[in-house]
Design a protein around this ligand. Structure first.
Ligand code: FES
Ligand code: FES
Length: 274
């Protein structure tokens, strides 16, 4: 019997016993080591090979515990690069581990398994593990995990807690009513930047594109009464500053970020506006 067949047989037997009793049914798997790392800065988490030498070998993995954060990350060396998964199992919060022979993440508590892209392969978990890109080690031997990867709409990334870009980069923002949607690398949410006035430091607003109803992505929209922000899921509407207009969001505005405009450059902070 091949090794893969043997593992499949063990897994099938475990699944049969799991059907009878949920707890205590997972096969025995080795946990990966927990490694304390510094807090993420501008959405980047640095994991040093000196602290995590496991990541120097193919199939090696650790769980990174950033300072001051409840989130933990399973960081994996695939042989062709690195990636990370949120290490908190969506079933009941246990810490998942990496099974290099299967190239899968597995939860030791009740046997949930996840593919390398985070999708669920085996219940009881029903939600995927978020996945994050990671770079090859830099000159200082750090693997950088990108917790808020950008989507390429903005050329600029977050630096020191803010992103700056020339307004000329987006013709849509040249006139009042214009809006753009994108995610700068390092920004904690998808971002809507809107032109709300012709002049002044408040001529531009910045709001999260995550709908305050159930979290769908809100889009710019032109209505008979002018430019608004519209949620395609259940129809909530907001004005260009994120203020609620109508719909099931029931009075809740979009999260607004501090933004300023000097006539040429837009600056958006990653901090919500007070
Ligand atoms: S906590 Fe239950 S499968 Fe992970
Ligand atoms: S998620 Fe936006 S209206 Fe429901």
């Amino acid at each position: 019997m091949t090794e893969i067949s043997r593992r499949a047989l063990i897994r099938t037997a475990a699944a049969v016993s799991c059907a009878k009793a949920l707890s205590g049914c997972a096969r025995r798997i080795d946990p990966v080591r927990d490694v304390a790392v510094g807090a993420a800065v501008d959405g980047e988490l640095a994991v040093s090979l000196a602290a995590a030498p496991e990541l120097e070998r193919i199939g090696g993995a650790i769980v990174a515990h950033p300072a001051g954060s409840r989130d933990v990350y399973l960081v994996v060396n695939t042989g062709t690069g690195y990636f990370a998964l949120n290490a908190r199992c969506p079933h009941a919060g246990c810490e998942v581990t990496w099974v290099p022979e299967d190239r899968e993440a597995e939860c030791p508590c009740h046997g949930s398994r996840f593919a390398g892209d985070g999708t669920v392969l085996n219940p009881p978990a029903t939600a995927a593990l978020p996945r994050y890109p990671a770079d090859l080690p830099d000159a200082r031997g750090n693997i950088v995990v990108h917790l808020f990867a950008g989507d390429g709409v903005f050329k600029e990334r977050v630096e020191n807690g803010q992103v700056q870009f020339p307004i000329a980069e987006f013709p849509a923002l040249a006139s009042v009513g214009g809006a753009i949607l994108g995610r700068p690398d390092g920004f904690p949410s998808p971002l809507l930047v809107t032109r709300v006035a012709a002049t002044g430091t408040d001529a531009v607003a910045a709001v999260s594109a995550i709908c305050s109803h159930l979290g769908c992505t809100v889009l710019p929209h032109t209505s008979p009464s002018g430019s608004i922000l519209h949620c395609p899921c259940h129809g909530s509407e907001f004005d260009l500053t994120g203020a609620f207009i109508q719909g099931p969001a029931a009075g809740n505005p979009l999260l607004r970020f501090a933004a300023s405009f000097d006539g040429a450059t837009v600056t958006v902070s990653t901090q919500p506006r007070g």
